[in-house]
Design a protein around this ligand. Structure first.
Ligand SMILES: Cc1cc2nc3c(=O)[nH]c(=O)nc-3n(C[C@H](O)[C@H](O)[C@H](O)COP(=O)(O)OP(=O)(O)OC[C@H]3O[C@@H](n4cnc5c(N)ncnc54)[C@H](O)[C@@H]3O)c2cc1C
Length: 376
């Protein structure tokens, strides 16, 4: 017999787990994950940095709200999820000027060299600094969401890939692994597989595109002091930040991919090491481990959160791109309020709980709720 829940969330990454913890205790929730472990895919492969000046204005708003929510949560935890770590952008005058607004302020090259003495003078002409940026203990955050969801009565089923989903009366009948579910709302938090899940549910896909991004942990001759900002090239050719005595490095590539268990390609990390050894005095001696994840984006680069305009009870929580952690709590707060309020056929933003100028309404306005014109 099929198990009944108000909401079934597909995907046990940061998106699905944040929503499960926001919804649990307010309705009956089950989260299903295809892999044997939670957060096996992109959510265990990030650079763990939350940067208010990064991304389009909508993303910046979602990041500021996420930081507020995480800071409030940190006050209750024995160990904090957030640790202050500035973000510094370097490049040409024009590149940095284009980014240096709002949370990112221009700084002199001399100041940039003071903040990160590993940079070689003469390799960049301008710099900007975002002092409101934080490092994020991603494993702790993911586990906190899992524990909260379970403590508030949600169920989590791993090793259960959703293989069928169809409309049944006013809800959905879902097959996952060997199990069957009857649910009111089906949430698509399937990351790089979000379009595939839509298709198998008979819902028109959005044209979400996964892009590869590789990162690695490198041993260095001269470790960065812990307070060194994360440093990124404004032309998107690398970033690095301290990781204990090691350094986290990335070639910042954006290469289209299908949904898959992505792995680094030969040469990607080697070329990056060569470049960083020319650009900095880090002295990279070895690569301890390297990985690749998929950053999945909608055509306009803005996360998709909302009920599908045509498929009743089908909720999208996808397309977070390179901002999945920094937007996670704001998106979960917004999605939970929409789901609890029920489907809003007007696609309007007024009924999602709280005051018209409250945080959820601001998120709704920023996201313009259901902008289905992104379908491609
Ligand atoms: C190198 C790199 C660095 C990054 N750095 C940052 C950063 O510093 N800050 C930041 O905010 N973001 C960063 N990101 C982006 C961030 O990691 C992602 O936006 C986020 O992890 C996406 O989470 P998700 O839950 O949507 O997807 P995922 O973590 O991929 O989770 C989706 C889950 O759905 C499951 N699934 C799919 N189909 C099915 C199905 N049919 N049935 C059941 N389960 C299914 C998958 O198995 C998967 O576990 C980075 C990404 C990369 C690759």
């Amino acid at each position: 017999m099929a198990a009944r829940y108000d909401v079934l969330i597909v995907g046990g990454g940061i998106a699905g787990l944040s929503l499960a913890s926001a919804l649990a205790g307010r309705c009956s929730v089950v989260l299903v994950e295809a892999e044997q472990e939670l957060a096996y895919h992109t959510s265990s492969r990030s650079a763990r940095q939350l940067i208010p000046s990064y991304g389009p204005p909508v993303v910046q708003e979602l990041t500021v709200r996420t930081l507020e929510l995480l800071a409030a949560r940190d006050a209750e935890l024995p160990e904090p999820v957030l640790t202050p770590r500035s973000f510094m952008l370097i490049g040409s005058e024009a590149e940095v000027a284009a980014e240096a607004s709002g949370h990112m302020q221009p700084i002199t090259v001399e100041r940039a060299l003071e903040l990160c003495p590993a940079l070689k003078p003469g390799t960049f002409a301008a710099a900007g600094l975002d002092t409101g940026s934080f490092g994020c203990n991603a494993p702790l955050l993911l586990d906190e969401h899992r524990k909260r969801a379970l403590a508030a009565g949600a169920d989590i089923v791993t090793g259960a890939r959703v293989h069928s989903a169809q409309r049944l009366g006013s809800g959905w009948q879902v097959g996952a692994g060997a199990e069957g579910f009857e649910v009111g709302v089906l949430v698509n938090a399937a990351g790089a597989w979000a379009d595939e899940l839509a298709v198998l549910s008979g819902v028109e896909k959005l044209g979400l595109q996964p892009y590869r991004r590789t990162a690695a942990i490198a041993a260095v001759e001269r470790p960065l002091p812990a307070a060194t900002p994360m440093v990124a090239a404004a032309d998107n050719t690398f970033y690095f930040r301290p990781d204990g005595r090691d350094v986290l490095i990335s070639p910042s590539e954006t290469v289209p991919s299908g949904p898959e268990d992505a792995r680094p390609r030969p040469g990607d990390v080697e070329r990056l090491v060569e470049k960083l050894n020319a650009f900095t005095s880090l002295g990279i001696t070895a690569v301890r481990r390297a990985w690749t994840g998929l950053r999945t984006e909608a055509a306009d680069g803005i996360p998709v959160a909302g009920f599908d305009a045509e498929a009743a009870g089908f909720y999208w929580l996808a397309g977070q791109g390179g901002y999945g952690f920094q937007t996670s709590s704001a998106l979960a707060e917004f999605a939970a309020s929409q789901i609890l309020a029920g489907q809003d056929p007007s696609g309007g933003t007024a009924s999602f709980g709280g005051a018209a100028d409250g945080p959820v309404s601001r998120t709704a306005q920023a996201l313009a709720a259901t902008r289905w014109s992104i379908r491609r």
